[in-house]
Write a protein that binds this ligand. Structure first.
Ligand code: M6R
Length: 369
């Protein structure tokens, strides 16, 4: 049942190219247009949306953070992403023009369910992004876009996360397509690039042996920090969450721009810091800033573990360890940059003797508030 792997988590990491492809299947036509016919909120209703609010917990929340960048860029509709457990208790401002997107692998997470109930009571429309057919969250939503990751058994979410990202991109691009934005050409290009992205995930998986060796060499460390900017920031948070839950290590993710506002004080000799580097093409200002951040932490003794695009030579002098990922459009990069972090956490946890499928104190689905 583990398909020849020692752990479900390893099997699920390996299944990611297929999970991504399956989630795209049938949703992009030959002409490169999206058809999300299952989303039973009419194009007219969607054109009225003036605010998107995403609610989720844990890893699904990180997918929602990335969705915010994509939705605001491609639709110009304001978008907030909020932890479901915080959302309901601050009396959020919602009405019939608000689209609430609830993201959940299990469809049973109580905090997310309570957030969507609250949103519907206020008159908002709720779209669920969910991996479990017929579970409570999609049943109680106005519409659902299912992710097709297949059953996820390991407590740590991997393939569900990648498919949540795909679903979020689909929603963002679909809204952009329906509402019509100045990014029409870019949207068409990205839809095509998204339809080919599973091959890139496959290529990352084929190059993970050095990442595993690096992870094993760090098994005696106490702390690992993760830095990112833009969509790399939620990826850094996700890398840290994976390491906490599996390896029981102190792991923290930061927005690289925040370093000077506090976290840089944590840097000491030989502290491993993973840095997710945005593409040097596109928004090159982000890239240049993060290269400076890498120099700053390295000058203070950090051991830099740099995740950067193939062909990005600017990072080479400052990377103690360099992990290459395929070239992707800026907003889609999390689909490839997250994978090494999953492998890293899984291998490090195994090296520390932990059961990666059943981490201590955690349940696969959290059905209490
Ligand atoms: O089933 P859900 O997607 O609603 O679950 C949300 C979180 O509990 C979940 O992502 C959790 O953070 C994972 N263990 C992370 O790997």
């Amino acid at each position: 049942e583990k398909g020849g792997h020692d752990y479900f988590m390893l099997k699920e990491i390996a299944e990611q190219p297929k999970a991504v492809a399956d989630t795209l299947l049938g949703r992009i036509d030959g002409a490169g247009r999206l058809h999300l016919d299952e989303v039973r909120i009419t194009p007219r209703e969607l054109r009225e949306v003036d605010k998107v609010v995403i609610v989720a917990c844990g890893t699904a929340f990180h997918a929602g953070m990335i969705a915010k960048y994509a939705i605001e860029h491609w639709t110009r509709i304001p978008c907030e992403t909020e932890l479901a457990s915080e959302f309901r208790y601050r009396d959020p401002i919602l009405d019939h023009r608000t689209l609430v997107v609830a993201i959940s692998q299990s469809g049973e997470t109580m905090d997310t369910l309570m957030a969507l109930r609250h949103a519907r009571e206020q008159g908002a429309k709720v779209l669920a992004i969910c991996n479990t057919n017929g579970s409570t969250i999609p049943r109680e939503s106005d519409a659902v876009l299912y992710t097709h990751a297949g059953p996820e058994v390991a407590v740590a979410s991997t393939k569900a996360f990648l498919t949540q990202l795909v679903a979020c991109y689909l929603v963002a691009l679909y809204l952009g397509q329906i509402c019509g934005t100045k990014w029409g050409d870019e949207i068409r290009t990205v839809i095509r690039q998204l339809s080919e992205i599973s091959g890139a995930v496959e290529r990352v998986l084929a190059t993970m042996e050095p990442v595993r060796a690096l992870a094993r060499s760090l098994a005696d460390h106490d702390t690992v920090l993760f830095l990112g900017r833009h969509v790399g920031y939620p990826v850094a948070l996700e890398g840290a969450l994976k390491l906490k839950e599996l390896a029981y290590m102190h792991a923290e993710g930061f927005a690289a721009g925040e370093l000077k506002h506090g976290p840089i004080a944590l840097i000491e000799d030989d502290l491993p810091v993973v840095v997710v580097v945005p593409s040097p093409r596109g928004r090159s200002v982000l890239h240049d800033k993060i290269v400076s951040n890498i120099q700053e932490i390295r000058a203070r003794g950090a051991r830099t573990i740099v995740i950067a695009e193939e062909g990005d030579e600017a990072v080479v002098p400052y990377a103690d360890h360099l992990i290459r990922i395929p070239v992707t459009p800026t907003l889609l990069q999390p689909l490839v940059s997250t994978v090494p972090l999953q492998v890293f956490a899984c291998e490090l946890a195994t090296a520390r003797g932990n059961d990666v499928d059943q981490p201590r104190n955690l349940a696969k689905s959290v059905t209490v508030e």
